[in-house]
Design a binder for this molecule. Structure first.
Ligand code: FAD
Length: 309
């Protein structure tokens, strides 16, 4: 990553955590181009988009946006909303599951309360035969997130899994331990600002580690979601799985709503499992800013959409 891109990314990721900027943006609704990456502000809008994607052969994982809640009341709202979302997915016959963020359930405030809220959601999902993915947030929450998922699995829930980020040095060890425990994992490159003490900085190193982690998982036969828009990695997965005769039932590709739509459709047409990560809700600001940080061209897209409005 060149110095300019690194500074740009650091500045934007700083803005993602800025409460004043977040409050201001969210007050003005889904403008500033956020609707390209966010399915809507309501559950009904998200379900409509999920149906549209399902009709194209693409499964979904729905994310009721929210993170870093500042009170346990807000965490309880997250729990109620996710339970309602699960009932709606089931009722509407959506081919989909849900993704949630532990800090949206109060991880930064009260670990026990957070665990109870997430357990209640996983339990509700189990009753409907649905899966719950705990997204991975920034590194202060890595250990706790892994421990919560492991705890739920030890309690007998088989419908829960989490995410491992290829940019962290520790991820090789985490994947090894979680694969031994037969944990369902999503592999990603990583979306947060992390220090070079704990994370690879160069794109090449992150990409190399992503391939190592994918290979370890595909070789293990434990179900894995490969979440990337990187066509070189996707092509490599296609040829590796062909060469090793790894069945397509053992993995899926995941991409974010609104990104690389033609690629999502063409993989689905070729018979691969594809899942689109569909975020919705009023708390879209930090999610949106992380998408801008991933690709400088997205900022130009936003500027144009504001100027042309
Ligand atoms: P990159 O090398 O960043 O991008 C490859 C190419 O994809 C780019 O050249 C560009 O053409 C395209 N592209 C990538 N990002 C964008 C974008 N924002 N807009 C337009 N085009 C783009 N991160 C976490 O830290 N925790 C999570 O729980 C998590 N969950 C995720 C779930 C899904 C389904 C996906 C797809 C990503 C998730 N991420 C998560 C984000 C991930 O860590 C990366 O930040 C993001 O996917 C960009 O990396 P990439 O693998 O697409 O590769």
């Amino acid at each position: 990553m060149d110095i300019g891109t690194r500074l740009f990314r650091t500045a934007l990721l700083g803005l993602a955590g800025n409460r004043a900027a977040r409050a201001l943006s969210e007050r003005y609704g889904m403008k500033l181009g956020a609707s390209r990456f966010v399915a809507g502000e309501t559950m009904e809008e998200a379900i409509a988009q999920a149906k549209r994607l399902n009709a194209e052969g693409i499964a979904v994982t729905l994310d009721f946006l929210g993170e870093s809640v500042s009170s346990l009341e807000e965490a309880q709202v997250s729990e109620r909303s996710y339970k309602e979302l699960i009932r709606m997915i089931s009722h509407e016959g959506i081919n989909g599951n849900v993704s949630l963020k532990p800090t949206q359930f109060g991880l930064a405030l009260d670990r026990k309360a957070c665990e109870e809220g997430i357990r209640a959601v996983v339990n509700e999902a189990a009753g409907h035969g649905l899966f719950v993915r705990l997204d991975m947030e920034d590194s202060p929450w890595t250990d706790a997130t892994i421990q919560i998922v492991q705890m739920l699995q030890d309690e007998g829930f088989s419908n829960v899994g989490t995410v491992i980020q290829a940019y962290l040095y520790r991820s090789g060890r985490d994947v090894q331990a979680m694969t031994a425990n037969k944990m369902n994992l999503r592999l990603v490159k990583g979306a947060y600002k992390e220090s070079r003490r704990i994370a690879f900085e160069s794109k090449q190193e992150v990409d190399d580690n992503m391939r190592r982690l994918i290979k370890a998982r595909l070789d293990s036969g434990i179900y894995t979601a490969i979440a990337t828009h990187d066509q070189r990695i996707i092509r490599w997965v296609q040829s590796y799985t062909r060469m090793r005769a790894i069945p397509r039932s053992k993995f899926e590709f995941q991409m974010l709503y609104g990104i690389r739509n033609p690629l999502q459709r063409s993989l689905a047409r070729e018979g691969y499992k594809v899942r689109s990560y569909v975020p919705f809700g009023r708390s879209w600001y930090p999610y949106f800013v992380r998408r801008l940080a991933e690709r400088p061209a997205n900022v130009m897209f936003v500027v144009k959409s504001v100027v042309w409005r």
